[in-house]
Ligand binder design. Structure first.
Ligand code: ADP
Ligand code: MG
Length: 889
């Protein structure tokens, strides 16, 4: 009987906390199956195949095929249909692999839950939860199953996905609820898929997977919308414009040919079709998806997991990043270095990390130091265990630091917890900046708290002296002390206690002392900040920590000078009271924000966005979700981040490291650059074909009408077979170097800006003009029509090859780009040549295309002409580089 008593007393909270044994859990898992809802099926290959035909470009091709058949041009018609099918097959393969890759990446970010198994806390995969499991939840967690609360601490949950109620519902383990109460009223339950916005909870799993309330309606939930990314929309609009321009050009061309006479109607219709098909950049959507998908994979290799494909490009457009301090810019390993007691005595603490080795030096009264350490152990939600020869900690690292301190003092954490049974607690929520615990020690009940010095001073009226007697509080001295510690870069927490009957009695407390901890900056963070700066990306640190600490860390990172002003949450509130302009004027130039409440992050983000910035913001807590949703790019921390933060984010940084964000930005810029290269290539070659026809028609006004320079099937061949491979291969271009040195592009910048326009006009004119010159010349020296076309086509294929290589960089000389950096392109270019030369020799194809072999001598001459394009483009790149250098000066 006696021992039974002892056992009950040892169990810390008032509730039972044994949980399941691992054997029972495995058994239940076998019976109930994994806790996972069936995923909405990915679209199958067949569906994706048919989707390929939903494009205006394809409609044009279909019409072209129909007209060809009507005119009895069987070969053209069959060719177009073959190309249509090939296009769809390639598109399907690409999309299948892209959706598979995206699904695989999503799986990399797994959800876990904290449960009690075999009497000890354990983190398990959400899928391993079974009915009967005892789960522990904290604010920011996504509820992993349906749960009956056994213990709750100021719990509130966002159940909007189930009930439609947007306000958070408060929950209480003690609430009495009728069995048939509607979901929204079941106060003692938490439901799978909802989000804990506040508090701490323990509860028993009542249902998993399809048995949960969410599972019951899962079939009725609408499948996630796969909305088209803005970049895609922008590009589609752009291609419509291009298509319209092409239409006008072709009408003009037909009019010219009619006027000059000498062309038959059927030939002109076929030419118009061929020209439309070949100048419209139908390869663009495919190249775009490829570019984004490659970017996604490359980012994953840099610890950046993309949740929405478009975030690949969006990340590259960021002009401003608001970053957390703790864990992102710092290593997130807090170690207590100094303790300062109210009587003025100081202690220095040595030792690293969570291992309790290390010493405490000082000349003060160690009894008072013990009081402080015990408060730190009790107002604590973390664990520190010695298992397998190593110290293993879990929970908030601030809390862990206090357990380590107690260990260094030789205190037994389990003895303290057993001696002082916990009656109630104040969980740490970042908007409060403190946490506490109500414990019974013998006949007295104590309230222990720790938190930010400002908060603690505000509720203390006394402080403890060397003998342990409370004396009047010397707030000014303490204030001076913690500010001085803050200026040295320490994160400072204060501790206090009082006798009390409830956890609400947070006033009239006795101050116990200050604790200073270090959280070293990440070694790579300083460099990453500098790289951002070089690339014209502003970085700001937004933290809940004290301004002095924030400034010291920011100065170390090079974010601000050692005496630069720091904007605090209080400053922002005061400025906002004066009006939005005053707030903007305060926020926009600032680079260090301290004592910011989570809600104020959103204000900072929106102010910067209104100021014209493209803002990326990092977040980890449940309160960061609004800011992340409002920003252009929401970045969640994979390790530290709560479920909510991860689900709101556009992308997740798996190592929480600021440097990874910067790597991601670089990859995003590479993707956008590649998209530009592909566009420039496609438009330039389309333009050159148009020009060739125009010049031919124009020549008819000055002399006898010339025959068409290419027939319809030849145009199709050139566009889809000879050039098609190279377009897509260009999307694989790797980093050129210097991507981060360029200014970020204006978010509103159109795709067709100065450089691309110049490039298209120049290279298109050279290709079209030279091809016409060749055509005119060979006709002039009496070479027959068909043979002349044959040579022109070879000329155009060669131009395509050279131009694909030229397009590898907008600015850098081709000779300076490592040749094999893009193996796809290096294979695609000769392959295009080989396919074309093979077509000249193969019986059926050469008949359809009306081709014949080209002699080596002719081929070399044509290659000579094509290399003029290389020279011209190199010259253009040179002027662009010179212009850039001038602009930089
Ligand atoms: P950061 O922006 O560096 O992540 P936080 O929002 O985590 O800052 O913390 C803000 C303040 O809250 C800290 O400066 C500290 O005073 C207090 N604080 C942080 N963690 C705890 C904790 N576990 N218990 C009590 N107070 C804490
Ligand atoms: Mg924090």
């Amino acid at each position: 009987m006696d021992s039974q008593e002892g056992l009950n007393r040892a169990a810390a909270p008032a509730t039972r906390n044994e949980g399941l044994t691992s054997v029972a859990a495995a058994d239940a898992l076998a019976r109930h199956g994994p806790n996972r809802l069936p995923e909405p099926p990915l679209p199958g290959p067949l569906a994706l195949f048919f989707r390929q035909f939903r494009s205006p470009f394809i409609y044009i091709l279909v019409i072209a095929a129909a007209v060809s058949f009507l005119l009895g041009q069987m070969s053209s018609g069959v060719f177009i249909v073959a190309v249509l099918l090939l296009n769809a097959v390639i598109g399907t393969i690409q999309e299948v692999s892209a959706t598979r890759a995206a699904a695989a990446l999503r799986k990399m970010v797994k959800g876990t839950a904290k449960v009690i198994r075999d009497g000890a806390p354990k983190t398990v995969d959400i899928e391993e939860l079974v009915p009967g499991d005892l789960v522990m939840l904290a604010s920011g967690d996504k509820v992993p199953a349906d749960i009956r609360l056994v213990h709750s601490q100021s719990v509130a949950a966002d159940e909007s996905m189930l009930t439609g109620e947007s306000l958070a519902t408060t929950k209480n383990a003690q609430a009495m609820v009728a069995d048939d109460a509607p979901l929204g009223d079941r106060q003692n339950q938490l439901f799978a898929g909802t989000i804990m916005t506040h508090g701490r909870a323990r509860g028993l799993v009542t249902a998993t997977a399809l048995d949960t309330e969410l599972g019951k309606i899962a079939g009725r939930l609408s499948a996630p919308r796969t909305s088209e990314p803005p970049l895609m929309i922008r590009i589609r609009k752009f291609t419509y414009k291009v298509a319209a321009a092409i239409f006008v050009a072709i009408v003009l061309l037909v009019a010219m040919m009619l006027m000059s006479g000498g062309y038959d109607a059927e030939g002109m219709i076929l030419m118009a079709i061929g020209l439309a098909v070949s100048t419209i950049p139908e390869g663009l959507p495919a190249a775009l998806t490829v570019a984004l998908a490659i970017g996604m994979r490359r980012m994953a290799a840099h610890n950046v997991i993309i949740r929405k494909l478009i975030a690949v490009e969006a990340l590259g457009s960021c002009t401003f990043i608001c970053s957390d301090k703790t864990g992102t810019l710092t290593v997130n390993e807090l170690t207590i270095r100094k303790v300062v007691l109210p009587d003025g005595s100081r202690f220095d603490v040595s030792g690293e990390g969570v291992s309790p080795g290390g010493a405490i030096d000082g000349n003060g009264n160690t009894d008072r130091l013990r009081d402080l350490a015990i408060t730190g152990v009790l107002a604590n939600e973390s664990q520190l265990d010695y298992a397998g020869g190593e110290w293993d900690s879990s929970g908030d690292i601030v809390d862990v630091a206090f357990l380590v301190l107690a260990k260094k003092l030789g205190l037994s954490i389990s003895d303290i917890n057993e001696r002082q049974r916990r009656l109630d607690m104040i969980p740490y929520e970042s908007e409060n900046a403190y946490s506490g615990s109500l414990n019974r020690d013998g006949d007295t009940t104590w309230l222990y708290v720790k938190g930010s010095p400002e908060k603690m001073l505000a509720c203390c009226t006394q402080m403890i002296d060397a003998s342990g007697t409370p004396v009047a509080l010397d707030a000014a001295a303490i204030q001076a002390e913690f500010e001085s510690l803050g200026r040295q870069g320490y994160r400072v927490l204060a501790l206090a206690r009082r006798q009390a009957d409830s956890a609400e009695a947070l006033a009239d407390m006795t101050f116990l002392g200050l604790v200073a901890m270090i959280d070293p900056i990440r070694p790579e963070a300083k460099d990453a900040v500098a790289r951002c700066r070089a690339g014209g990306i502003e970085v700001a640190m937004v933290t809940g920590d004290h301004p002095a600490t924030a400034r010291a860390i920011a100065a170390e990172l090079g974010l601000c000078g050692p005496d630069d002003p720091v904007v605090t949450g209080t400053d922002i509130r005061a400025a906002t009271a004066q009006g939005a302009d005053a707030a903007d004027a305060l926020i926009r130039p600032a680079r260090v924000f301290a004592r910011i409440e989570p809600q104020q992050k959103e204000q900072i983000v929106t102010s910067l966005m209104r100021g014209g910035h493209f803002v990326g913001v990092t977040g980890d807590g449940v309160n960061d979700a609004p800011a992340m949703g409002a920003a252009n790019v929401g970045i969640a921390m994979g390790k530290r981040g709560t479920d909510v933060a991860r689900e709101t984010a556009d992308l997740i940084i798996t190592d929480d490291n600021f440097a990874s964000i910067v790597d991601g930005i670089e990859q995003g810029r590479i993707v956008y650059n590649n998209i530009r290269k592909v566009i420039a290539l496609l438009i330039a070659t389309g333009f050159s074909a148009l020009l060739l026809f125009f010049l031919t028609a124009l020549a008819g006004f000055f002399g006898p009408a010339l025959p068409m320079p290419m027939i319809a099937v030849q145009l199709l061949w050139l566009n889809l077979v000879a050039n098609g491979l190279q377009d897509v291969a260009l999307a694989f271009e790797p980093k050129e170097g210097g991507e981060l040195d360029a200014r970020p592009r204006r978010p509103s910048e159109p795709i067709f800006e100065r450089h691309i326009i110049e490039h298209v006009l120049l290279t298109g004119t050279v290709m079209g003009g030279l091809a016409f010159a060749v055509y005119w010349y060979v006709l002039h020296i009496g070479i027959p029509e068909a043979e002349a076309r044959n040579l022109v086509l070879m000329q155009m294929v060669l131009f395509g090859n050279i131009h694909a290589l030229n397009s590898r960089s907008e600015r850098r000389s081709l000779l300076r780009i490592p040749f094999f950096a893009n193996p796809f392109l290096i294979c695609a270019v000769p392959l295009a040549q080989i396919i074309h030369i093979a077509a000249l020799h193969l019986p059926v194809i050469s008949d359809v295309l009306q081709l014949q072999p080209v002699t080596p001598r002719e081929w070399l001459l044509l290659l000579g002409v094509a290399s003029i394009l290389f020279v011209v483009e190199e010259a253009h790149k040179w002027t662009v580089r010179r212009r850039d250098r001038r602009a930089a000066r």
